[in-house]
Design a protein around this ligand. Structure first.
Ligand SMILES: NC(=O)c1ccc[n+]([C@@H]2O[C@H](COP(=O)([O-])OP(=O)(O)OC[C@H]3O[C@@H](n4cnc5c(N)ncnc54)[C@H](O)[C@@H]3O)[C@@H](O)[C@H]2O)c1
Length: 393
């Protein structure tokens, strides 16, 4: 068993989220030996800014480094499959950003490969790791809300509101055929599956592209960047800006989700409400340190993120005392605490989202795409990898 500070890691991708991975790893004392970017020049600049050792010259050079036990993949979606496959073939543990792959055939292959190697495999569904989401998971599991009946909510952002907003996610060959749903809706669907302990079995989806032509800047753009470019090229857009989705979960639970990347003023707003037979609970990423608990016959409650007031799951994920707000970046710390317990033990363990969860989300997303295309309810097809692909939820 290694201690966490003896474990070496490398991060592929140096954009918005690659940096968040690096910082969370450092908080644990994991040795980040370097990053790999799309070009050595950009990766070198980022390494300097982050105070990291010199960037790797190539992905292959990183894989050949025997000090690297774990590789974090934060490259654009179309590279996840090839990168994850190569990491596993090199015998290293892997943490991959969502979506796990571009298709469910690719993700199914990755699950099989990962399971065959015996290495730790995780998908970065970090939202699960807000302490109050962990608490709510425990509360629902012990019947604290009564039988779960209805799940509703949204995931709204505004960073693609203007026709001058651009990102690689708008290009299907880089981001995938689904955009808003795969990018952020997937977080909501994974979170509600985690919270309720019920998988999504069928969907009825309506996808809309409001901005049909966008103006692509001539140079590269980092995610959430807001500067305007003088030189642009008009590009037709076919991926969805918004989605409204009805969901059926296991055991008769019903759900409704709104997803949008064009909702003015909503920078990053995920909201979920769960109605049970006895009580309800609601949580939003904009006030992540509060959990609303609704009752019929007595006053409602507002639970703060305070280790002394949460259950064991919630307290385990918390870092700071109550009243000292924890946020997005802290969820990465909590997620990696769980993942690196398994890495230290040298084999897959429990308590974090695995490639099986990433694959399941691919199947749900494919059902969403098919439903929207055909204008009907579509079952999630789990025939390819049935029960064996369940994770440690
Ligand atoms: N879990 C989350 O909350 C969360 C949030 C944001 C993004 N993501 C996921 O993370 C991934 C990256 O998103 P982002 O927002 O950081 O994008 P970004 O555009 O900001 O960064 C992508 C990075 O990948 C690098 N890259 C491109 N080609 C490469 C290659 N061949 N080899 C190595 N690096 C390469 C780019 O240089 C860039 O640094 C996406 O899959 C996205 O879905 C997850």
């Amino acid at each position: 068993m290694k201690s966490i500070t003896e474990i070496g890691a490398a991060v592929v991708g140096t954009g918005f989220i690659g940096v968040v991975h690096v910082e969370a790893l450092r908080r644990h004392g994991v040795q980040v030996h370097g990053v790999v970017g799309s070009s050595l020049e950009r990766a070198t600049t980022k390494s300097r800014q982050l105070g990291l050792p010199p960037a790797y010259k190539s992905f292959e050079a990183m894989l050949a480094d025997p000090r690297v036990d774990v590789v974090h993949i934060t490259s654009p979606n179309h590279l996840h499959y090839t990168h994850a496959k190569a990491v596993l073939a090199a015998g290293k543990h892997v943490v991959c950003e969502k979506p796990l792959a571009m298709t469910s055939s690719e993700s199914a292959e990755l699950v099989e490969l990962a399971e065959a190697t015996g290495r730790v495999h995780a998908v970065n569904f970090n939202i699960r790791f807000y302490p109050l989401c962990q608490h709510l998971h425990g509360l629902v599991a012990e019947g604290g809300l009564g039988e779960v009946r209805l799940v509703s909510g949204h995931y709204l952002q505004d960073w693609l509101l203007l026709d001058t907003d651009w990102n690689w996610r708008l290009e299907p060959e880089l981001g995938g055929d689904l955009r808003a749903v795969a990018d952020i809706g997937s977080h909501w669907m994974d979170l509600t599956t985690f919270l309720t302990g019920k998988r999504i079995t069928a969907v009825m989806a309506d996808l809309t592209t409001f901005i049909k032509v966008r103006h692509q800047p001539a140079g590269p753009v980092e995610t959430f960047a807001t500067e305007r470019h003088a030189k642009t090229v008009a590009r037709e857009i076919h991926t969805e800006d918004t989605a409204t989705i009805l969901l059926r979960y296991e055991d008769g639970v019903r759900g409704a989700l709104t997803v949008s990347q064009i909702s003015a003023g909503r920078k990053n707003s995920l909201r979920v409400e769960i109605d049970g037979a006895e009580s309800a609970a609601a949580w939003t990423s904009e006030q992540p340190d509060e959990l609303w608990i609704g009752h019929r016959g007595r006053p409602n409650e507002l639970l703060p993120r305070d280790a002394s007031l949460m259950n064991a799951e919630g307290s385990r994920a918390a870092f700071l005392p109550g009243g000292h707000i924890e946020g997005f970046a802290d969820t990465f710390r909590a997620l990696y605490a769980a993942v690196y317990r398994s890495v230290a033990a040298g084999k897959p363990g429990e308590g974090y989202p695995t490639f099986a969860d990433g694959h399941d989300e691919m199947l749900v997303c494919e059902a969403v795409a098919r439903s929207a295309k055909e204008g009907r309810w579509v079952d999630v097809e789990r025939a390819k990898r049935q029960a064996g692909a369940r994770s440690a939820r």
